[in-house]
Every structure is written in structure tokens, then in C-alpha cells.
Design a protein around this ligand. Sequence first.
Ligand SMILES: *Cc1c(COP(=O)(O)O)cnc(C)c1O
Length: 378
Amino acid sequence: MGIVMEFRDLKRQYNVLKTDIDKAIADTLERGDFISGQAVKELEQELAEYVGVKYCISCGNGTDALTIALRAWETGAGDAVFVPDFTFFASGEAPASLGAVPVFVDVDRRTFNMMPDRLEEAIQAVQAEGIYKPKVIVTVDLFGQPADYNEIRKIADKYELKILEDGAQGFGGQIGEKKACGFGDISTTSFFPAKPLGCYGDGGAIFTNDAEMEKLIRSICVHGKGINKYDNVRLGTNSRMDTLQAAILQIKLRAFREYELQKVNEAADLYNKYLKDYVKTPVIRQGYYSSYAQYTIIVDGPGSREQIQEALKQKQIPSMTYYVKGMHEQLAFQNCIRRDLSYPNTDYLKDRVISLPMHPYLTEEEIEQVSRIIIENI
Ligand SMILES: *Cc1c(COP(=O)(O)O)cnc(C)c1O
């Protein structure tokens, strides 16, 4: 039996970056600036510069980042927030936790991202009903590919809505020369270990070009601070990135920029080469670039998804089902599901998707082996 394959191999990454990461951790321990320390300030600047926005505010995790952004816009009871139906729970949980009503929107079958036409229908349905005020569109850059910002921005302008880019999976993606986490009026990301850029625990960040928003968000992150955290001018929360995590991220961001992002794209090209004649491989739109948070294929035909996942498991190859259900099927949202909207594409995808091992340290041999097992079991 060879080396066991990992879904996202953080151990291999650590082995490559070990000297630098160990030093960054040791330096932080020496300095002892564990909260809002030097590495946090440096990292925020590096992230803002990389993304190409004016301000980056780090925080506790990607869910907090979404919630804090929505709080900065005073999102709450009476507001409708539009969210793709096929995403991780947090994209809908954040607005719902503030008392807003999430309105789920069907996604495209090939890009997995929110469909602009369905979004406009959903906005019109909410307007026609006249109970909730359309306020924010949460776009999700699912599996690493930016959402359709050209169309969604037009809709946001037409209906005077804000765009909150949930770039938890999108960091590193691009449309043309413009980078993900720069498409929203506010954008957020997560540094959960398995994300495209991950730390060694929880972490998140919020991006904006708006100076007033930056101040407000920094205040919300630290108990609604005014001149300092003992001067409290509003209700906030406690959501900060640990200095240790920031120090680790500084090393990982360098590797991400220098080669990891390119490596995951090479891995995706290899999977595409082996699998394209047998399954539906991911479609990256013209001019778009993905950071491949996930490499997700679609297998049609009754029973074949379970058969493939079982065959992979037999060979100790991990695979995942992102996602097993649409948001409209989550019990937590049952009291806000609209009967006038439908989700044929998420219903199609949830029965057919498989996410395969994906990370910058996969070898061609491994990709070939995974692909062969899929082809043999189709
Ligand atoms: C992971 C994820 C989040 C939440 O990030 P955490 O750091 O785990 O809180 C939000 N949205 C999407 C789309 C995600 O994939």
C-alpha cells in the first residue's frame, strides 16, 4: 500500500514550508503580541495589496466576516438578502442570524454559481409581495470560481442593492485582471485550514474600498470600540485573528502567490485531461480564473455517484459531496422558504456532484490513479 492520499494535504504543505512557519511561530512567541500584533497588521496590508482593494480587516472566521459586513450595513429584520441555494450553510446563516430573511436563488449547472436571471426573478417576487425590503446580494465564488459579477452588478445597480462577495472559497480567483474579494461592495474570505489560503485554525478577513466602512467594521470587530475598546459607541462583538495565525498566513500567502495557485490549476488541467470524456468536468468561464477550493465533477446516471465514491474509498482515496442538499432543504431555513421559487439545478447537482482530492502538492501519478478508478467505475 502506497502513501494514503489526503483530500487537502496540509501535512505535505507543512513539510515544504516548515522552516519558515516554525520561525514565524517562534518569532511571535518571542514578541508575545498575541492579539492584534505586528503580523496581523502586516498581513492585512499584504492581503489588501494582493487583492487590489484599499482596506483589509482581519477577523475570527469567515462566518463572522459575513455577519460583521451585514451588521455594518445594518441588515436585520424586514430585510431580504439573496443567497445562492447551492453553497455552504454560513452564506445563509449570517443574514438569518441577524433577523433578515435569506431568499435562495438557483445556481448554474456548469459553474455552480448564482444565476443572474433567477436572481432578478427572486428580487421581483420579493418586491411584488411587499413584505421584505430587498437589501443585499450575497454572491458566493463557489469552488474557487468568481460569480457572474458583470451581470450581478447590473442587477444590483438596477434594484439599488449591495453586493456582499462571500469569497470564502474564492480567494485567488480572477475575472480578467481583477481579483476575487474585490468584487463586492464588501467582500469576505475564510482562512479555515482547507480553504484555498488556510491557516492552522480559524481566521477570516473583510475587504472594502470604503474608508467609512473600514472604520465601522474595525469597531464592530472589537466590541463597538470608539477611541479604544473601553470607549464603546455601539454594540459589536469580539472577532479578531490571532497574531499566531497571521504569522502563519504571511508564510502561506507567499507560497500561494509564488506557486500554489498555479499548482492547483495544473492539477485541475490534469484531471480535466483524464476525465473530460467520461464525466462533466468543471467549466471555468472565458476570462475567469479559479483558485479551485474544490475540484468538483458531475456524474450522470443512476447509482454511479455512490459506486464511484465507494470504489475510491476502497482504495483509501477520500472524496466529498459538496453539497448533499440545497439551502432550501435545510431544516434551519424551513420557516423562510418561498414556495414561489424553485431550485431544479441544485436538485440536479446534489445527486450528482463529487469533489475530488485537490491541493497544490498532488502528483500527476495520484491524479491519474484517482481518474482511473472513476473511469473504471462509471
Ligand atoms: C467556509 C465557508 C464559509 C465560512 O467560513 P468559516 O471560516 O468556516 O466560518 C462561508 N461561506 C462559504 C461559501 C464557505 O465555504
